[in-house]
Ligand binder design. Structure first.
Ligand code: AMP
Length: 400
């Protein structure tokens, strides 16, 4: 019964979850937050109780130390050698990784090379790796890439119509993201709802503060909405998603801002936040829509429209569909936005949706389509950490 940890290291935080495998039992989970600050936050949830401390956590190494100390303090492990493997979520694997890979100095060197593609997360992943390597030198470390699942895309799906020389020289292509989640959703959807379908065609909608859609055929990603970086695709909480590229030049000419400033606007000040002028959070947007706020109504409508359009695109790309999945913060919890999206595709796709079920079944994994719907529609709670733990177990068994 090996214990393994799934880790998600960000620039100022480390999320973690400890599993016993193969039982897939979550023993504890937690978060180190505000790394780099005197008032850093350490949290661990164990036996359904959350323990929290506020203390200086100046670097990632200290955060990892606190996690491991807490595991001993609460007798979750008696000895750190019980932790056999650590799996790190890595956002960008570029063209180099089509599956989870042992995280060693070679992998670290490639991730370092990819920093220009993901300046926000890649340095944090490296800090997380080095900190765990130092604290648990005998544990196996694995890098689990958000992009790996999408490496199966064909060139016609992955490449952009720019000069080929640029594509080749700078490896410019659609890498996508949320791959670990889309893979989990496709595997779970197939096991729960498509037992009788030989070659399942799934449209997976991971809609949280970041959002992406994925067209999955026979368990493989054939197309995904995010692009070179997680800025592309559908509209998100603060990100614009796809745009006419001339908008960059035009904003620059009009405002005098340079490309980096505009890039920041598109990443952090656009999407639901930018259009509504209120919030990036769908709970606030839904509330404002109820109160008749016109900009919130517009933001919600563009948001639903763009996701609906991608569903239509992927229906064509897959030659039909057997299952549409909604997941992540908005997909799992917002019956309002599921309904808004589905209303925009149901006629064309001949969907039969049970809208009462849609209302009643937030926060759970369940079908919301009626029996006679030609395409099933489901909510599935995603679990990227469990996917990482499964990959760790397979690596320990030599079956990855
Ligand atoms: P994620 O990035 O997957 O954690 O999703 C976070 C987002 O989910 C938040 O920013 C909200 O927009 C949305 N969300 C979470 N809970 C709810 C809820 N109960 N109703 C509507 N939207 C929600």
């Amino acid at each position: 019964m090996p214990k393994v940890i799934a880790v998600n290291a960000g620039s100022s935080s480390i999320k973690y979850k400890l599993f016993i495998m193969p039982e897939e039992k979550v023993v504890c989970s937690g978060l180190v937050d505000r790394i780099g600050h005197q008032d850093g936050i350490f949290k661990i949830t164990y036996n359904k109780e959350e323990h929290k401390e506020v203390l200086p956590i100046l670097e990632h190494g200290k955060g990892v130390e606190l996690i491991l100390e807490a595991l001993k303090k609460y007798h979750i492990v008696e000895d750190l050698s019980e932790i056999k493997a650590v799996g790190h979520r890595v956002v960008q694997g570029g063209k180099y990784f089509a599956k989870s890979t042992i995280f060693d100095e070679n992998t670290a060197a490639i991730i370092e090379k990819l920093i220009p593609l993901d300046p926000l997360h890649a340095p944090a992943h490296l800090l997380g790796y080095h900190a765990f390597k130092k604290a648990l030198p005998d544990a196996l470390e694995l890098a689990v890439f958000d992009t790996a699942f999408h490496q199966s895309m064909a060139e016609e799906d992955a490449l952009f119509p720019i000069p080929y020389e640029l594509t080749e020289k700078y490896d410019i292509r659609r890498y996508g993201a949320h791959g670990t989640s889309h893979q989990f959703l496709a595997e779970t959807g197939r096991a729960l709802f498509l037992q009788d379908v030989k070659h399942p065609r799934i449209i997976s909608c991971h809609i949280g503060s970041g959002a992406s859609l994925c067209a999955i055929k026979d368990g493989k990603s054939v197309a995904t909405s995010m692009g070179l970086t997680p800025l592309g695709g559908v509209m998100m909480g603060t990100r614009s998603g796809d745009l006419d590229p001339s908008i960059l030049d035009y904003i620059s000419t009009c405002t005098g801002k340079d490309v980096h400033e505009i890039y920041t606007i598109l990443n952090k000040k656009s999407g639901l936040l930018g259009v509504s002028g209120l919030s990036n959070d769908t709970r606030d947007i839904e509330e404002a829509i109820k109160n008749g706020n016109q900009q919130a109504i517009l933001a919600g409508a563009i948001f639903a429209r763009r996701i609906a359009d991608y569903i239509g695109q992927y229906f064509v790309r897959l030659g039909g569909a057997d299952l549409i999945i909604f997941s992540a913060g908005i997909g799992e919890n917002s019956d309002y936005f599921r309904e808004e999206i589905l209303k925009r595709v149901e006629e064309a796709l001949n969907l039969k949706i049970d809208y009462q079920k849609n209302k009643d079944l937030n926060h759970q994994t369940a079908l919301i389509s009626k029996e006679d719907s030609p395409i099933k529609v489901a909510i599935i709670k995603t679990d990227e950490e469990l996917m990482i733990a499964r990959d760790l177990e397979k690596t320990l068994n030599g079956t990855l």
